[in-house]
Write a protein of this length. Structure first.
Length: 548
């Protein structure tokens, strides 16, 4: 029982410390006492058995010697008295019997009063007794239920020859039954010991444990309520006294740390207040700087367009110079050949017309390149998209296209050009219409999300169709100039190039997702105008035509 694991019942968790300690210690002590008592009782019972067996052997030898000294024909009554005397000497002797050897067989001659019924002598024992054992004793054992029987045999002699035998039978209880009999006798002693242990433990705990712990708990409650100046007097030098000293030291350190923390918090509040004031000033300066930067960027764009117009004029002069020289030479030859060869003159006139058409194309191209729109006005993309969708509704109906618009409410403004963005959206819509020759669905969505920088927002426009889609190889070339997958005469390969250029002019980004047979999605992302900046801008659209 010493090494056995003790599992506490569920109800013991609600008992007090001294009760649980008393019960545990009592169980352990009683268990140890019972174990020691059982082991000790078993050892004592074994020793007593050995002593009783030795005594029985001595008594068997003495009785056999006494009978041998009585002569050839001892009186049966005298033998019975001698046997009864030995049987009454000890309570565990159940029978004493005298056997006579007659014609090689052992016959009962006398027995003690109250002896148990005779049992046959084992054959091996008979052989030993017939052979003569001198002073030796033959012992046999037999068990009946929880009892063990020892049969001690000693030979009797007449004239130096075996004449019979003496039998003494002893009964012994099993060692464990003897041990448990002792244990039953000490149960009441164990109960008294448990009561005394509980009473003593309660008094000791009340005086030495509960009172110091109550003082500590009261001090903890005060400290929890905010009284960090509380202290617990240490009235002993034992473990609880050390615990009290440690608690006092801890409370002192907590009080010092709390005072230091409050002082640091006060300093931190002052610094935060100063930093907030400084941040407000910096934000105001930043807003002014952003506004100035916006105006500067506008002026730089105008200067850049003027420079581009100059470069375009020089390029225009260089491009137009060559066909003009050709026209001049053909005109001079035409004068000399007009009367001489009319057929040749007609060919020269065709050449001159072709060069004039070329000049016209160059002029138109240069004018298209020099026509810019200044992106100076805050623009509501939702309004622009609604107007464009209304204008395109006949084309949608004619091509069996279902338009699904999902425009976000309170969409922020962006800085952009309505005409340029309308050209961008129109190109994307036309591409979607061409990708759905059998009809389909076009979805236009707007949304807003926070940007990477603080207080910045981004406006997102999605154009998603259910058309033919594109392979990854085609997607890698869609923004290359003059690249087209349409049939000859149906596309120039410049639509998405213009789209990319307009997105770049507005400082945005464009992304595309497509899968053959599942349609295409174009995503445009533009930076929204900050709320404090858009309030200061003039909401007028300004268009500047350069190089017209």
């Amino acid at each position: 029982m010493v090494g056995r694991l003790i599992i506490l019942p569920t109800g013991m968790h609600s008992l007090k410390l001294h009760t649980k300690t008393t019960l545990l210690s009592s169980v352990i002590i009683v268990g140890m006492l019972i174990t020691a008592l059982v082991v000790t009782s078993a050892v004592i019972a074994n020793l007593e058995r050995d002593d009783d067996q030795a005594l029985a052997e001595i008594q068997a030898r003495d009785l056999s010697q006494h009978i041998s000294d009585m002569g050839s024909s001892p009186d049966p009554e005298a033998l019975a008295r001698a046997a009864s005397l030995i049987m009454g000497s000890r309570p565990n002797i159940v029978s004493v019997r005298v056997w006579e050897l007659s014609q090689g067989q052992f016959v009962e001659k006398a027995s003690a009063a109250g002896s148990a019924p005779a049992a046959p002598i084992p054959d091996a024992t008979k052989d030993l007794l017939r052979g003569g054992l001198g002073s030796q004793v033959v012992t046999t054992k037999s068990a009946v239920k929880d009892q063990l029987f020892y049969r001690e045999f000693a030979a009797t002699f007449q004239g130096g020859r075996p004449s019979g035998a003496v039998e003494i039978v002893e009964r012994f209880d099993s060692i464990w039954s003897v041990a448990f009999r002792y244990v039953k006798n000490v149960v009441w002693m164990s109960l008294i010991a448990i009561v005394l242990i509980m009473l003593g433990t309660y008094l000791l705990f009340r005086q030495l444990v509960y009172r110091p712990i109550d003082r500590l708990l009261l001090a903890m409650s005060r400290a929890k309520a905010g009284d960090l100046a509380t202290q617990v007097p240490a009235r002993a030098t034992d473990e609880l006294g050390l615990l009290t000293q440690g608690f006092n030291s801890m409370i002192s350190q907590v009080r010092e740390m709390t005072e230091e923390r409050e002082a640091q918090q006060s300093v931190l509040r002052d610094r935060v207040r100063d930093a907030t004031i400084e941040l407000e000033k910096r934000n105001q300066q930043l807003q002014e700087t952003n506004l100035e930067l916006w105006h500067t960027t506008k002026r730089m764009n105008e200067l850049g367009r003027l420079a581009a117009a100059g470069q375009t004029a020089a390029h225009f002069a260089h491009e137009v110079g060559t066909p003009l020289n050709l026209i001049s030479g053909h005109v001079q030859l035409l004068r000399s050949d007009l009367d001489r060869d009319p057929h040749d003159a007609e060919a020269r006139i065709k050449t001159i017309s072709a060069q004039i058409e070329r000049i016209e194309r160059i002029v138109r191209g240069m004018l298209d390149k020099t026509r810019f729109e200044a992106e100076l006005s805050p623009l509501d993309l939702n309004s622009l998209l609604r107007r464009l969708c209304d204008a395109m509704s006949p084309a949608f109906d004619r091509r069996h296209i279902q338009l699904v618009d999902n425009l976000a409410d309170n969409l922020p403004l962006i800085a952009g050009s309505a005409d340029r963005l309308q050209q961008l959206f129109l190109n994307l819509i036309n591409n979607s219409l061409d990708a759905m020759p059998e009809g389909g669905q076009l979805q236009i969505c707007t949304s807003v999300e926070n940007g990477n920088r603080r207080r910045s927002q981004q406006v997102i426009i999605d154009f998603a169709d259910t058309g033919l889609g594109m392979t990854p190889e085609i997607m890698s070339h869609i923004f290359d100039p003059l690249y087209t997958t349409k049939e000859r005469g149906q596309g120039t390969g410049l639509g998405l190039v213009i789209v990319s250029q307009i997105v770049s002019e507005h400082g945005g980004t464009i992304g595309v997702e497509s899968e053959p047979g599942r349609g295409t999605r174009f995503r445009l992302v533009f930076s929204a105008i900050p709320g404090d900046l858009s309030a200061t801008l003039d909401r007028r659209a300004v268009t500047v035509e350069v190089g017209a």
